[in-house]
Design a protein around this ligand. Structure first.
Ligand code: PXG
Length: 285
């Protein structure tokens, strides 16, 4: 049976799920999106993802044409129809079809698209042994140019960084911000463990406020681990005891090498492993 994709209130076979080439989402990356996980048939932190989607849309003057309740129903219905037990949901709101000019006022019908699919996970080895990543030359978007808090359809900044990472043989790449501080990876937030404290860049470093990041902060605080959201440099990364990344796709994944430097003893650390296990419990319960 073919996968069904939700577009504007209807479910279409994957092959017939199409939007206009005049859609400004396609022409200009003019739109917003969310990437969510399904565990045991239930969308993880759906409400938080919808809040973030609405905030992204507001920041680009895009009015989502349905309510949050209707969106939640659309997401749950698409997940159910496709029989997704453990999987991935991509939610897209594009500006809609318009003229070939930039003016969003000449578009109509923002498109709401829900894709619920199976997910290709990182291999187990990444979680057991940890990742090696590098810092790339592409800096994260300047917050006053296109704020990284907006999860927009324009992901070229991240894609350019990803290409640099891949060319260096790394599956993730670390981006710095316009001040040279550590920002985030192409699709993941970054955490360090230093002297028993959990460190992560603050939102105003120019990063996406990751839902997984929020969950990990909550879990750490429940464990009485001090969490500090402070500006970090590459030097802080190099001298950290532990490092890990968080994201809806990656969940919590250890990092054991950055820019050819071993982090800690070059093995996933105990705090990282503890948080990985707590995250698994939170999602699989
Ligand atoms: N930073 C950026 C730039 C992201 O795109 C995250 C951090 C982590 O946020 P969440 O809310 O997921 O904890 C993201 C999210 C994919 C994929 O297919 C990417 C993301 C999410 C889901 C899937 O690569 N990025």
């Amino acid at each position: 049976m073919s996968l069904k994709v939700y577009i504007a209130g209807k479910l279409y076979d994957k092959e017939d799920a199409k939007v206009s080439v005049y859609d400004h989402g396609f022409l200009y990356g003019d739109g917003v999106f969310e990437g969510m996980r399904v565990y045991g048939g239930k969308v993880f932190r759906l409400e938080e993802h919808l809040d973030r989607l609405w905030n992204s849309a507001k920041a680009i003057w895009l009015e989502v044409p349905i309510s949050k309740e209707e969106m939640a129903d659309a997401v749950n219905e698409t997940v159910r129809t496709n029989g997704i037990d453990d999987g991935y949901v991509r939610l897209v709101v594009s500006r809609g079809a318009g003229t070939l000019g930039l003016d969003p006022n000449k578009t109509s019908n923002p498109q709401v698209i829900v894709i619920a699919d199976h997910i290709v996970l990182y291999p187990d080895e990444y979680y057991e042994k940890g990742l090696e990543i590098i810092t790339v030359s592409t800096i994260r978007n300047h917050p006053t140019a296109l704020n990284p808090r907006i999860k927009s359809l324009n992901y070229l900044n991240n894609i350019l960084a990803k290409i640099e990472g891949i060319q260096a043989g790394c599956v993730e790449a670390l981006m710095l911000n316009h001040k040279g501080e550590v920002a985030e990876c192409t699709g993941d937030n970054i955490f360090l463990v230093s002297r028993g404290q959990l460190l992560t860049p603050p939102i105003d470093a120019g990063i996406l406020e990751g839902i997984t990041r929020d969950v990990v902060i909550e879990l750490a605080e429940k464990e009485d681990i001090t969490v500090r959201q402070i500006p970090l440099t590459k030097h802080d990364v190099y001298i950290a005891d532990e490092c890990f990344l968080t994201g809806s796709a990656a969940e919590v994944v250890p990092v054991i090498k950055v820019d050819s430097r071993k982090i800690g003893d070059g093995k996933p650390g105990s705090t990282t492993r503890r948080l990985m296990s707590l995250f698994r419990e939170a999602t699989r319960s």
